[in-house]
Design a protein. Structure first.
Length: 309
C-alpha cells in the first residue's frame, strides 16, 4: 500500500514548483519590455520591490527588527556586497534575455549547482567527493570546448553562476531572515537606482516616462515578479526535503532553455550541443551521486565518514 504524501509536503511541492516555474518563464516578461534597457529594468526592479516590501513590512510589523540589522556594521557591510552581487546578476540576466542570449543564461543556471560546489571547495575548504569532482571537470570540459571552438569565453554563462553562487555563499554567513535581507538589499541599492533613473530623466531617455500606461504597468510588475518566486521558494523549502529542492532547481533553466530554442528561435548549433551535453551529463552524475551519498549517510555508512565535514 502506497504511503500518502503529507499535506504540508504537498504544499511545499506546490510552492517550490511555482517558484521555479516563475523563474524559468521570467524571460517572457522581460521580452515584453525589451524596449527598456537592462539597467533601467534593474533600477525599476529594485525600487518597486523595495516599495512592496516596505508596505508589507509596515502592515505585518516586520519593520521593527530591521533597525538592528542596519546598525550592525558587519551585517551592513556584508549586505552591501550581496546587494551588489544580486544586482549584477539581475543586470546580466536581463541583458542576456533582451539581447537574444537566453541559451547562455540557461547554461549559467545549469552550471550554478556545480559552481556552488566549486566555491565551497575554494572558500570553505570543503572536500569534493569523486563524483562531484568528475561532475565539475565534465562541465568545465564542455565550456572549454566552446572556448576553443568559438575563440571566446561564454561570459554570461560564467558571470551568472559566479555572482549568484557567491551571493548565496555570503548570505549563509549573515544572520538575517529572508524578508529583512531582501528589504535591506533593496534599500542599499535603491539610492543608486534612483540616481540612475533621475539621470535618464534629465537626458529624456527614461522609457517609463515616455511611454503609455500599458508599458508603465508592465514595468511596475518588476516588483511582484521578483518577490513572488522568492516567497514561494522560502515557503516551499521549509516543507520538502532539500534533496527534492536540488532536483527541482533544474526546472528553471530547463524552461528557459526551451523558451530560447522553441519560443524565441535562438540558434542551437553543434558546438552548443556538445557543451550543453557535457553540462547535462555532469548534472545527471552530480544529482545521482548526491542522492546515493545522502542515502548512505542516512544509513550511517562508515566508508563515507572521511568525506563528511
Amino acid at each position: 500500500m502506497e504511503q500518502e504524501i503529507p499535506n504540508e509536503t504537498k504544499r511545499g511541492l506546490i510552492f517550490a514548483l511555482s517558484a521555479f516555474t516563475i523563474w524559468g518563464l521570467n524571460p517572457i516578461y522581460f521580452r515584453m519590455i525589451r524596449e527598456v534597457s537592462a539597467p533601467e529594468i534593474v533600477a525599476h526592479r529594485i525600487l518597486w520591490m523595495m516599495a512592496i516590501l516596505l508596505s508589507v513590512g509596515a502592515f505585518t510589523g516586520k519593520l521593527g527588527t530591521l533597525k538592528g540589522y542596519l546598525l550592525n556594521k558587519r551585517t551592513f557591510g556584508l549586505m552591501m556586497v550581496t546587494a551588489a552581487l544580486i544586482s549584477a546578476n539581475w543586470l546580466v540576466f536581463t541583458w542576456a534575455v533582451t539581447h537574444e542570449r537566453l541559451l547562455d543564461a540557461s547554461m549559467g543556471y545549469f552550471i550554478n549547482p556545480l559552481c556552488n560546489v566549486f566555491l565551497g571547495m575554494v572558500f570553505l575548504r570543503e572536500r569534493l567527493r569523486i563524483g562531484q569532482t568528475v561532475s565539475v571537470l565534465l562541465a568545465g570540459s564542455g565550456v572549454l570546448f566552446m572556448v576553443v571552438q568559438f575563440g571566446k569565453l561564454p561570459w554570461i554563462a560564467m558571470v551568472l553562476p559566479l555572482t549568484f553562487g557567491t551571493y548565496g555563499l555570503l548570505r549563509k554567513r549573515i544572520n538575517i531572515d529572508s524578508f529583512n535581507g531582501l528589504l535591506m538589499e533593496s534599500m542599499i541599492t535603491a539610492p543608486f537606482a534612483l540616481v540612475y533613473l533621475i539621470y535618464l530623466g534629465t537626458q529624456s531617455n527614461i522609457v517609463f516616462l515616455n511611454e503609455g500606461w500599458d508599458l508603465k504597468f508592465l514595468i511596475m510588475l518588476c516588483g511582484p515578479i521578483t518577490i513572488a518566486p522568492l516567497m514561494c521558494f522560502a515557503s516551499g523549502i521549509k516543507r520538502i526535503p532539500y534533496s527534492t529542492v536540488g532536483i527541482l532547481q533544474y526546472m528553471g533553466p530547463t524552461l528557459t532553455f526551451l523558451l530560447g530554442v522553441f519560443a524565441f528561435g535562438e540558434s542551437f548549433d553543434s558546438v552548443q550541443l556538445v557543451t550543453f551535453g557535457c553540462v547535462w551529463a555532469s548534472l545527471i552524475l552530480f544529482t545521482i551521486e548526491g542522492i546515493i551519498h545522502g542515502r548512505k549517510i542516512s544509513q550511517g555508512s562508515p566508508e563515507l565518514s572521511y568525506n563528511v565535514k
